[in-house]
Ligand binder design. Sequence first.
Ligand SMILES: [Zn+2]
Length: 485
Amino acid sequence: MRKSIPTPVVGLAIALTAFGSSALQAHGLQEATEAAGVAGLKSIEFSGTGNWFQFGQAPNPNSAWPPFDVKNYTADINYETASARVQYLRSQVVEAGRARPAPVEQRGIQFISGGTAWNEAITGNAENIQPAAVEERTAEIWSTPQGFLKAALANNATTKAVDGGTEVSFTVGGKYRYVGKINPFNQVAQVNTWIDNPVLGDTLLETKFSDYKDFGGIQFPSHIVRSQGGYPVLDINVTSARANPGVDIKVPQDLAKPPAVTVTSEKLADGVYYLTGGTHHSLAIEQTDHIAIIEAPLNEERSQAVIAKAKELIPNKPINFLINTHAHFDHAGGLRTFVDEGAAIVTHSPNQAYYEKVWATPHSLSPDRLEKSKKTAKFESFNGKHVLADSKHPIEVHSIAGNGHNDAFVLVYLPNEKILIEADAFTPTAANAPIPTALNPYAVNLYENIQKLNLNVDKIAALHGPRVATLADLRAVAGIQQAAK
Ligand SMILES: [Zn+2]
């Protein structure tokens, strides 16, 4: 990824002259800068406990991001090098009435440095590059009180009096807009900025700070609430903060480059192609006068590659349908590309209103095909069962009832080929991997739905995982010992 945000290392004295003509309005910014101890501050560390929320993974298109308990959250930020390390220990909160797998405590370490983002997975210490996280992690550096003030000074901020405080606005790198508020106590109370998301477009990242305290000589909020796309992603009670810890974060020399987007195909039956080659899969089905694609995961880049492969495999037919399993962002990030391609989106009813609402947001930070064409999305949404009829390859789409993973969730069944297609309810493991001992309630529920719908399943082409599975594989993880039909 290119380095899009320069490090604000402009000296305090030089920057403040920009406000000389507006001394009254600049007062809040100057006072806040002094109160926050920005001069001489190179780095900061803060720790706390609270909640982290999984952005883009709402269990229902109308609900907030699902919560995790965070026992140990520590952020180390070096403002001079625009780098940061965030460490946490989290476990999912199981919402009342929702069947989820038993929570597992996960430790994570996330990094950003010089426009490169990566994670250090604790198991095996494998480091993996995270290009999609660069914007967000960079924004988090300048969405701390001291980071915001430093960025304001370095980017010719403008100020105006509002509600007894001061609003401070500036743009970083000619692209990323920041608007913050300094309260009457000269404390940064809120920072708003916008980053791109393939589903939500220009997405508000809003951070609110309250209950400032003196942490051993540095003024820092003891409560931080960050929201992304309208719902909280972090709610932390800060228990310690310190100025100028040693924070030396360098991109690991052996960090692998981002993998190229590749789509490989496996012919499962005549006219039925399993499109893999990454973490998220799709299928292309040939119908009489058109193509139907199942799933548009991740982003436009992935969709473009899936479209190209489908047209290569099934030439001279338009893509008229895109079947979407659910609205989780990793399964919906490529949908807009198919809208522009002219495909009708086939999805469970509650998702239609959600997509229509969120797709109305501008995608100005990273314009996609639909942002340019402004086409209106076509939907074939349904409850229960929907059929894309065809003489050779009919496609059935069924609601998955009562699954804890998602409330607006569908499976796809090809009755002539006896192939089931689903995402996230069951993910096969490698053929020789041991069967997990704990039952997965999502898989148990999927099996119950298959029985109730009386589907005669031969193969399962899951939208994650390393191989085509069988009903016996699903039975094993669902704890079904004997053949049930
Ligand atoms: Zn999901």
